[in-house]
Ligand binder design. Structure first.
Ligand code: BJW
Ligand code: ZN
Length: 293
């Protein structure tokens, strides 16, 4: 164990280009030197990357839907207890996501991926987001760790459908607006909730909820990328939800540079090389050196 820690400290010191610095630095020029030489880059994204598109984050201000914490509705227990309420929440989330546009952070990542492709370098986005905005911005190498809002899965036969209809069923029309105190409306009966196109069973959002396993193929591919990348960007995530939360620290443990982009002033981990504080719609295009005009 002690030997393992010693190896980590040594590898970090070798790979960290700024051994005198105790904390991550915010030097755009130095970052550009590192990213310009990186061959396998991973960008791990969270809710903060979509905040400037108008999609609320989960924790902190904006994390409530009516009186409920968003993370309390994103559970299998909540769905079992009240599928209509959870569907109202997701119907609202779908309407918001489908009507929002990718912002400069999504666009910068997509543009940088294209540049990497032209130069024979590898660039992947591993996202915790379910809003589909990376794809709509033009990113192609995307792994969606927590599912996506435009898919549903049958609770009976497990059939997965892509469904961008809004509302997804007639009973949800006009429901779910958090600003309207419509929890006094009658609960939508089970047989009026969205149904499977194959077996007519109840479908649920294709989202990974707390306590549920991630898609094993997505998880394996993500781990492979995290274990082999030579640079990791960690953008707009509180890094509290596992397994995603361990990815950037795993890269730092291997002695490879990690660059964090977050509104927070303080870095998540002092083992990261870079920390760029501020809205990532501004910091990320600047750091990647892409022109979005
Ligand atoms: C900006 C910005 C701007 C804002 N610019 N920045 C103990 C140890 C290890 C694991 C566990 C444990 N106890 C329980 C677990 C398991 C659990 C877990 O991690 N719990 C933790 C809370 C402790 N994990 C799971 O259950 C996962 N499954 C799993 O591990 O299976 C195996 C297993 C099961 C059971 C036990 C043990 C193992 C599944 C996790 C599924 C997460 N699902 C959700 C909801 C679904 C998505 C949806 O409906 O949309 O995913 S939860 C929610 O959190 C959502 C997000 O993807 C996820 C992460 O949140 P994120 O993206 O970081 O958002 P925020 O709001 O937290 O942060 C936003 C950040 O942006 C902030 O830092 C801002 O400052 C910043 N920001 N504006 C830059 N403009
Ligand atoms: Zn079915």
């Amino acid at each position: 164990m002690i030997l393992q820690k010693f190896v980590h400290v040594i590898t970090r010191k070798i790979a960290n280009p700024f051994p005198m610095s105790k904390r991550p630095i915010s030097d755009y020029n130095e970052f550009q030197k590192i990213i310009g030489q990186a061959q396998n880059i991973v960008a791990l994204t969270g809710a903060g990357v979509s905040a400037e598109s108008g999609i609320p984050v989960f924790r902190g201000a904006g994390g409530l839907w009516r009186t409920h914490r968003a993370t309390d509705l994103a559970t299998p227990t909540a769905f079992k207890a009240n599928p209509a309420l959870v569907w109202e929440f997701y119907h609202y989330r779908r309407e918001v996501a489908f009507s929002c546009q990718p912002n400069n952070a999504h666009k910068a990542l997509a543009k940088y991926e294209k540049l990497c492709k032209e130069q024979g370098r590898q660039f992947w986005v591993i996202t915790q987001n379910v809003d589909g905005l990376h794809k709509r911005a033009g990113s192609e190498n995307i792994l969606e760790l927590h599912g996506c809002l435009e898919k549903v899965i049958c609770t009976k036969c497990r059939h997965i459908d892509v469904n961008r209809e809004s509302p997804i069923c007639e009973a949800l029309r006009g429901r779910g607006d958090p600003a309207k105190a419509d929890e006094t409306l009658p609960i939508i009966p089970l047989n009026e909730l969205p149904k499977c196109s194959k077996c007519k069973g109840l479908v649920r959002p294709y989202i990974v909820w707390f306590g549920e396993n991630l898609d094993p193929d997505v998880l394996d591919k993500s781990r492979d990328l995290v274990e082999t990348c030579d640079l990791c960007l960690v953008i707009g995530t509180s890094s509290v939800v596992y397994p995603a939360a361990m990815f950037a620290p795993m890269v730092a443990e291997r002695g490879k540079p990690v660059a964090e982009f977050n509104l927070n002033e303080d870095p998540f981990d002092d083992g990261f090389c870079f920390h760029f504080s501020g809205p990532c719609g501004t910091t990320l295009p600047k750091a990647l050196g892409v022109d979005l005009q």
